[in-house]
Design a protein around this ligand. Structure first.
Ligand code: SAM
Length: 243
């Protein structure tokens, strides 16, 4: 792409991402809590607060995985609204459905296996779209952003929660050691899968930084784009509107 990242061939990345998420699905929630020391819950809380979602809304949680955001949205929109949990990976989708059904979250939720690059929904359909820790794994991010814009209603937001670039430079060595040493070790100890967690660290480094992602959203056609650094820029929430 002309944003100058990621030279991995398309098929290779798609195969790798599928392998990683088939492999981690069973341990995904445990590992999220372990690796982020629970803080991912706060990042997600902030995303919900910034979504402006109200009762009766129709929400798309894209790359929704095991359904953390979908579960909360389901309560926010109530019986008149709907939440669509979409993910490309059937193992992750299955874990999500199992968990939400067990928690009694039924009625206004639907599950769709879909690729973010070519969403199978009508134009101008959703009141909000979230993609949390998902865009990093999408091969053609520009196509995905255009597809999200198409299915949003005018006036409504896309929220992208994703790893980004820490802003406190002196902490970088600690961050690097944590990502490349501690994460694979946790992956090995708790999930018997160090490679998947090495992929995690690598994919975070390759992902566009705050300003680049903002420019990509603008280029795709989103307006009033802005980002909010969380935990010192380890994670950023980007928000843009379809006008
Ligand atoms: N949103 C959840 C969360 O925040 O915990 C799950 C995030 S998980 C790290 C990334 C998810 O993105 C995986 O479930 C993966 O299957 C999904 N994914 C990867 N590429 C995708 C694509 N092209 N379209 C839709 N989902 C995709």
């Amino acid at each position: 792409t002309h944003f100058g990242f990621e030279e991995v061939p398309y098929e290779e990345k798609v195969r790798k991402v599928a392998g990683v998420f088939h492999s981690v699905a069973g341990k995904y929630d445990l590992m999220n809590d372990l690796m982020s020391m629970g803080v991912h819950r706060l990042w997600k809380r902030y995303t919900l607060d910034m979504s402006g979602v109200r009762r009766g809304d129709h929400v798309l949680d894209l790359a929704g995985g095991t359904g953390d955001l979908a579960e909360k949205f389901s309560r926010m929109v109530g019986p008149q609204g709907s939440v669509t949990l979409a993910d490309i990976n059937d193992s992750m989708l299955k874990m999500g459905r199992e968990r939400l059904v067990n928690d009694g979250i039924v009625g206004n939720l639907q599950y769709v296996q879909a690729n973010a690059e070519c969403l199978p929904f009508p134009d101008n359909h959703f009141d909000a779209i979230t993609i949390a820790f998902g865009l990093r794994n999408v091969t053609d991010k520009e196509a995905a952003l255009r597809s999200m814009l198409r299915v949003l209603k005018p006036g409504k937001p896309l929220l992208v929660l994703e790893f980004s670039r820490p802003v406190i430079k002196p902490l970088n060595p600690i961050y690097d050691a944590y990502s490349f040493k501690v994460l694979p070790l946790l992956g090995k100890l708790f999930a018997d899968d160090p490679d998947s967690y090495r992929y995690l660290a690598e994919s975070i480094r390759k992902h566009p930084d705050q300003e680049t992602l903002k420019a990509m959203m603008e280029e795709a056609g989103f307006e009033q784009c802005a980002y909010y650094n969380l935990s010192g820029g380890i994670v950023a929430l980007h928000r843009g509107y379809k006008l």
